[in-house]
Design a binder for this molecule. Structure first.
Ligand SMILES: C[S@@+](CC[C@H](N)C(=O)[O-])C[C@H]1O[C@@H](n2cnc3c(N)ncnc32)[C@H](O)[C@@H]1O
Ligand SMILES: [Zn+2]
Length: 165
């Protein structure tokens, strides 16, 4: 895993994660370390909320390097799948060595967070918002294969409705 990516300054925001080699579509990129559980959410600062923690279905965790530096893009190149309770990151499409690794944070998103997006992609939505179900319906459909298992299970009914639209 350590040989797959590197953390360095990003043109999107702060630090980002960059590929150290080429990846094929659906190829494994890295494993997310979700072992550092936040015991008391009320003790978190606003900065920790924005940059250091991740809200999972059953707990809040302090993100670890390198994954804590993965920026959002409206034209992402990786997705997450939980397998045996562990989250793995896979390539959504071919990634060339040197490219920034990006998620669309709205995938698996069920929160009301927002920020002005600087992803720079041609299909940038301008403002990031954290609720998957508020994305344009065509984008929801495109992202269905990339939803994580816990999200598909939690929102089974809503996802059935998307498929029928
Ligand atoms: C987990 S951090 C990502 C790493 C961050 N670049 C850093 O250096 O700490 C998530 C935060 O980075 C910022 N961010 C990530 N992607 C962004 C984007 N496309 N446009 C603007 N800000 C972004 C937002 O403030 C977001 O809440
Ligand atoms: Zn964008």
């Amino acid at each position: 895993m350590a040989d797959n990516v590197i953390v360095k300054k990003s043109s999107i925001h702060g630090k980002g994660v960059f590929a150290l080699r080429d990846f094929k579509e659906h190829e494994y990129v890295l494993t997310i370390d979700d072992a550092h559980v936040v015991e008391d959410e009320s003790q978190l600062t606003p900065e920790q909320h924005e940059f250091e923690v991740d809200y999972l279905s059953d707990r809040i965790v302090f993100m670890q390097e390198p994954e804590k530096y993965i920026n959002h893009s409206c034209d992402p190149n990786v997705y997450i799948k939980t397998e045996d309770g562990i989250r793995h990151v896979y390539a959504m499409k071919e990634i060339a060595s040197g490219e920034e690794i990006t998620f669309d944070y709205s995938i698996n998103g069920d929160n009301d967070g927002t920020f002005e997006c600087h992803c720079g992609s041609e299909i940038c939505r301008g403002t990031y918002q954290g609720n998957f179900f508020k994305l344009p319906i065509e984008l929801q459909k495109k992202y269905l294969p990339y939803l994580d298992t816990w999200f598909s299970k939690k929102y089974e009914q809503e996802i059935k409705e998307i498929k029928n639209k």
